[in-house]
Design a protein. Structure first.
Length: 98
């Protein structure tokens, strides 16, 4: 399988090892992200908090889910408390009652 159906890597052996490690975990994390967004639209840092996972584990799953057409940019932004930057608020594709 290839990205976005499986975790991707960028050539290095550590990147490949990480992708291989995540391959078995990615579908479960994607499901957890979708369940969190079923409750309400959220930014990636909020999803990570809601499912008690690291941002580094969640962010690639949002990219995969976006490319798969399962989630979309709500058009809203929140400020990431760690970086103070505006970030996307994700929603389930077609969810217009946010």
């Amino acid at each position: 399988m290839q990205y976005p159906d499986a975790p991707a890597y960028q050539g290095g052996d550590t990147s490949r090892a990480a992708a291989t490690f995540m391959a078995g975990k990615a579908p479960l994390l994607q499901t957890q992200v979708l369940r969190a967004l079923f409750v309400r639209p959220m930014a990636t840092f909020e999803i990570a908090n809601a499912i008690k996972r690291s941002y580094r584990s969640v962010q690639p799953r949002t990219s995969e889910l976006r490319l798969a057409g399962r989630i979309e940019d709500s058009g809203k932004r929140k400020t990431d408390p760690e970086t103070q930057r505006a970030v996307i608020v994700w929603r389930l594709t077609g969810d217009r009652h946010d």
